[in-house]
Design a protein around this ligand. Structure first.
Ligand code: ADP
Ligand code: MG
Length: 674
């Protein structure tokens, strides 16, 4: 079977479905089934569920009242049924001519003319036509590719592709799963005796087999990527640790137990001759930046340079200030490099990086692009890792051999995700907040009570605190979003006399943004009206009230991140979520989760439950193949089994692993390079 021989139009549509080779057709499993194996007498046919019935057309006419439609009546001796077509073609009228015998598949409902089927599937039959023996598959498809030709192609692929098992019989047997060939054949054409829920809920053993294979492929590819990484060499970084000790001694606070633990894990990785690839996960405010700074000290003391990457200019500048404040007194040269630097400053920074005079370079991904070269890059720290994609991680590697990589993220990873999508990373978790923080109180308030909020703001500012006001996300129009922010700023400035109100949005020039942020940090601005540009990383401990407008439009991870901008100091903090009704079910569910929980881990789990892994921050960008069949939560047992099997296969017989991957993930080269 050769797909390239098909008409180009069909090939394009198949590609849209992710089908580029015959085997992809085998793996294109039905989304549901129609049961045309059982014929119901009209008198007993159940209402409101798809059924197959048969009868002779008694009458047929095109009526024009109340509107043009075709109405036929069939009878099978036990009862009668109306067939109604609202849009119809001449050949359909012919199929339903008086005296014809027809088989109809559809849902019966009570209608104006009696029990009826509207637009059923119609087939002319003779007396002796037998019934289908298998359920009829219904495949996911795209416009321009009908079920019939797709079904035919799949049937052909099922006979022409090798369906032999990639897995050793012993393994399949131990797992109690059916053979691969039997499984896909069954799923394409299941026998009618199977309990329907086993198919629809994907619980049938054949479904489990397919899901296991998919999860196994994912595990194998991640493990192999990891093995490839281990073959590369990175500088062994094992200094005495004097710089780090000096930094710690200069801090106004002591490190938490969790911070110390993850620092040990990182130090151990840095000593290895192959690149670290560690994800440092800690809820917002857990204190990841100081951990990165200490790791940087190790690399610098050993004579290497460090790059620190942030997703936004605001964050890059904030890191630059924080790190200069910590490290400059230790004699370390810190520079920053962002798109907004003046040409001369940029040239100087680039030179510092290339000559090695700068030990730490902070910046946005401008660091990756353009002409940046490092003399001796030993460690790259990527903050808010989920904002970066595979492409950027690849670019980073090209900048300087294989530096050690420390990725930081405030988005907690539920266990099943960690075991699957992140299985190629080592994970360290900061699971405690620095002491002395008072928990953030969250309030849900309807838009209608917006007036009360200005009073609260005035009161907070009266106590010496500062406030964020986050303007709504308007996905359809950036211009509108900007306008809303400008209007809100004007209105609040007017309402809050004597309070300095600042405005921050994505369209401002980087140096304007930086100036506003500086003024806010210095408490020259008390109320900062901002778009979601402040979402990541911003750290102003004196800010203790946050108002989020149209919170119902935001995702859970985003709300959690935004809320994490307050509650960073010792002051009691409040986050007000303004919503405007009526709320949809998902919005309601999200707001309830964020209202009831402050633990980022719980919130991430709920997010995973509500949205599925594909939408969870970072997963799509992670470059790890998406799962089509398996569900991480529901199939956690299979995931566990696949993990174990992957380890076994790779240590015993790589050819099996290769064959399995070839079947499931033929194009996984990009991932292997990261
Ligand atoms: P995040 O993990 O969200 O990036 P940051 O690194 O910005 O958090 O830290 C939040 C705040 O907590 C900063 O002001 C930081 O200096 C402070 N901090 C970090 N570690 C500690 C600690 N062990 N004790 C007290 N404050 C700390
Ligand atoms: Mg941070």
């Amino acid at each position: 079977m050769d797909l390239t021989l098909l008409p180009p139009g069909i090939q394009t549509r198949l590609l849209k479905l992710g089908i580029s080779r015959p085997f992809d057709l085998v793996l294109h499993l039905p989304s549901r089934y129609e049961d045309e194996t059982q014929l119901y007498p009209l008198a007993d046919a159940p209402i409101g569920t798809p059924v197959l019935v048969e009868g002779e057309v008694q009458s047929a006419e095109t009526t024009f009242r109340p509107k043009k439609q075709f109405v036929a009546r069939i009878s099978d001796g036990t009862g009668t049924l109306v067939v109604r077509l609202i849009n119809f073609y001449p050949n359909q009228v012919k199929q339903l001519a008086v005296g014809k015998r027809v088989r109809l598949y559809g849902e019966i409902r009570h209608g104006f003319w009696g029990d009826e089927m509207v637009h059923p599937k119609v087939k002319n039959v003779g007396e002796s036509n037998g019934l289908n023996e298998a359920l009829t598959p219904v495949y996911p498809t795209v416009a321009g590719l009908a079920q019939a030709p797709l079904t035919k192609l799949i049937a052909k692929a099922l006979t022409s592709c090798h369906l032999s098992d990639t897995l050793p019989t012993a393994l399949i047997h131990d797992l109690g799963l059916p053979a691969f060939a039997d499984s896909v054949r069954f799923l394409h054409h299941p026998t009618p005796d199977v309990a329907r829920v086993q198919l629809t809920e994907r619980l049938h053993p054949t479904w489990r087999r397919v899901k296991f294979d998919e999860l196994l492929a994912q595990q194998l590819s991640l493990r192999m990527a990891r093995a490839v990484r281990r073959e590369r060499s990175a500088p062994k970084i094992a200094p005495p640790g004097r710089l780090a000790a000096q930094l710690v001694a200069s801090l106004p606070f002591g490190l938490t137990k969790a911070q110390n633990r993850v620092l040990l894990e990182i130090a151990k990785d840095l000593k290895q001759p192959h690149p670290m690839q560690r994800l440092l996960q800690g809820d917002v405010g857990a204190g990841k930046t100081i951990v990165a700074a200490i790791a940087a000290c190790h690399a610098i003391e050993a004579g290497y340079q460090v790059a620190l990457l942030a997703p936004t200019e605001i964050l890059a500048e904030q890191h630059y200030r924080k790190l200069s404040q910590w490290l400059t007194p230790l004699g370390i040269k810190v520079v920053w490099l962002t798109g907004s630097l003046k040409a001369k400053e940029k040239r100087a920074a680039l030179e510092d990086a290339a000559l090695g005079t700068a030990s730490l370079v902070c910046g946005t991904h401008a660091i990756f692009q353009s002409s940046v070269e490092f003399k001796r890059l030993g460690l790259a720290v990527v903050d808010e890792q989920h904002r970066f994609g595979v492409a950027q991680r690849l670019a980073l590697r090209e900048k300087g051999g294989s530096p050690h990589q420390l990725m930081m993220s405030a988005t907690p990873i539920p266990r099943t995700l960690a075991m699957s999508f992140y299985a190629d990373l080592d994970v360290s978790v900061i699971d405690e907040l620095p002491p002395g923080r008072t928990p953030i109180v969250t309030k849900l308030i309807s838009d209608a009570r917006r007036d009360e909020i200005t009073e609260r703001i005035a009161a907070k500012v009266g106590e010496g605190r500062q406030v964020y006001w986050v303007c709504p996300l308007i996905e359809e129009s950036e211009a509108l979003q900007l306008q809303t922010a400008v209007d809100t700023h004007a209105q609040l400035s007017e309402e809050l006399e004597g309070i300095k109100v600042g405005l921050l949005h994505g369209r401002m020039k980087p140096d304007e943004k930086a100036a506003i942020m500086q003024a806010f940090i210095a408490n020259e601005i008390q109320l900062l009206v901002a778009t979601t540009v402040i979402e990541v990383g911003v750290d102003v401990p004196n800010a203790s009230l946050m108002v989020i407008e149209h919170a119902e439009r935001m995702g859970l991870a985003q709300l959690h991140q935004l809320r994490g901008r307050v509650g960073r100091g010792a002051h009691a903090s409040l986050c007000i979520l303004l919503y405007s009704g009526p709320l949809g079910d998902t919005a309601k569910e999200r707001l309830k989760v964020i209202y009831e929980n402050t633990d980022g881990f719980v919130i991430a789990n709920e997010d995973l439950r509500i949205r599925g892994p594909g939408e969870l921050a970072g997963v799509r960008q992670s470059g790890v193949p998406m799962l089509r069949f398996a569900d991480l939560e529901a199939d956690a047992d299979l995931l566990e089994a696949a993990r174990e099997a992957a380890g076994q296969l790779l240590s015993q017989d790589r050819t099996i692993a290769e064959a399995h991957l070839q079947r499931w993930l033929p194009g996984r080269e990009a991932l292997l390079k990261v």
